[in-house]
Ligand binder design. Structure first.
Ligand code: FMN
Length: 362
């Protein structure tokens, strides 16, 4: 496969097809209002993305409960007060011809009290002085994910992406290092995966037949075990519980360093699974049209663009116009990002990402 194949449509199990193979990855820009309402800067960013040629655009991680917040000025979807702003985002994306998904997020033990977060660990040993959440609290959080998906649907989004990566609550529960529970949400792999599965199945039941469900999974850190994640994914594929898996790799070429799959790429451990009608995409240093096309050859159905889309909003259109397009090299100056239409708040966020903004640039 080559670059033109990136522009072929892709059907999903539910709802409309993706018009091409480019998905905008979730990007927390920390530019919402303090109560999680989408700001004018969020709207502007989404409007820019909507005109950029992506097939599906995920929002930044949106809090399913006020207490699940991790970042200052994080987008929210935990209250009906968020609906008007979310509806405007969904409309902008639809008008640009892309599909839309809200990324549903709860920070679990990593919630930040400074921003109203309530640390909610799976285990009493993770955060000093904080008890493990009770079974009833786990079920309440599960229901908050489902209620948030319904809110996304009523705001006009085509679907949601369930955030199961980076040690946030769903990934935390999957981890044998962070989850030592003795109730039905801990112990065996089946029990540790129960929260994820109940969230996904609950959303499927609560939302309409065209509603699309993605699941974002990361593999590295937080005590996650590759063999176990592969097993859960195989089951999710086999039961066709989701429309797409979004593998959140930091480098899509990352090789497994130890264990059963040593020497293989992390990606291949998942692309080799029978996925029935579920689609699979990956993120991680996709900075050129050539690299994106290579990933189709490595078994991906689509690719997720993150930093390359901040550097140049319309990455898909650039690749379409020029198959050998490559992203500008990082670090870039703040002025470069400003010229590209990034808000001052978003630029401030990007200053926190080492090697993205040239230190000291105005
Ligand atoms: C500024 C910034 C914000 C991010 N916010 C989120 C987020 O809200 N949710 C998420 O799952 N991943 C988030 N990520 C991770 C990206 O979606 C992506 O997986 C990662 O950056 C690797 O892709 P890349 O190499 O193309 O940047 C963020 C990354 C960046 C750079």
């Amino acid at each position: 496969m080559s670059v033109p194949d990136l522009f072929k449509p892709l059907t999903l199990l539910h709802g409309p097809e993706m018009r091409n193979r480019f998905m905008m990855a979730p990007l927390t820009s920390q530019q919402s209002e303090h109560d999680g309402i989408a700001s004018q800067f969020d709207q502007l960013w989404i409007q820019q993305l909507a005109q950029s040629g992506y097939a599906l655009i995920q929002t930044s991680a949106a809090t399913v409960e006020a207490g699940g917040i991790a970042f200052e000025r994080q987008l929210g979807i935990h209250s009906d007060d968020h609906l008007p702003g979310l509806a405007r985002m969904a409309t902008s994306i639809r008008e640009g011809g892309a599909l839309s998904a809200v990324q549903l997020h709860h920070a679990g033990h990593r919630a930040t009290p400074q921003w109203g977060g309530i640390q909610s660990p799976a285990s009493g040993k993770t955060v000093s002085g904080v008890k493990a959440i009770t079974t009833e609290e786990v079920e309440r959080i599960r229901d908050s994910f489902i209620a948030a998906a319904k809110r996304a649907e009523s705001a006009g989004f085509d679907g949601v992406s369930v955030h199961g990566a980076f040690g946030w609550i769903l990934s935390e529960f999957l981890s044998p290092n962070l989850n030592d529970r003795t109730d039905k949400y801990g112990g065996s792999l089946e029990n540790r995966a129960r929260l994820t599965i109940e969230v996904i199945e609950g959303i499927r039941r609560a939302c309409g037949p065209d509603f699309q469900i993605g699941w974002r999974l990361s593999i590295e850190r937080y005590g996650l075990r590759l063999e176990e994640l592969r097993e859960i994914t195989a089951d999710i594929f086999d039961r066709e519980l989701i429309d797409y898996l979004d593998l959140a790799l930091w480098d899509s070429a990352q090789v497994v360093r130890e264990g059963t799959f040593k020497g293989k790429t992390l990606l291949s451990v998942f692309t080799e699974l029978t996925r029935k009608g579920v689609r699979l995409g990956a993120a991680g240093k996709i900075y050129s049209g050539q690299r994106a096309a290579e990933l189709l050859n490595e078994g991906c159905d689509f690719v997720l663009i993150a930093r390359a889309g901040i550097l140049q909003r319309d990455f898909p259109l650039q690749v379409k116009a020029n198959p050998i397009y490559e992203s500008p090299k990082m670090p870039v100056t703040a002025e470069y990002l400003r010229q590209g239409g990034l808000s001052e708040r978003f630029i401030e966020t990007m200053r926190g990402w080492q090697t993205f903004v040239r230190p000291g640039s105005l």
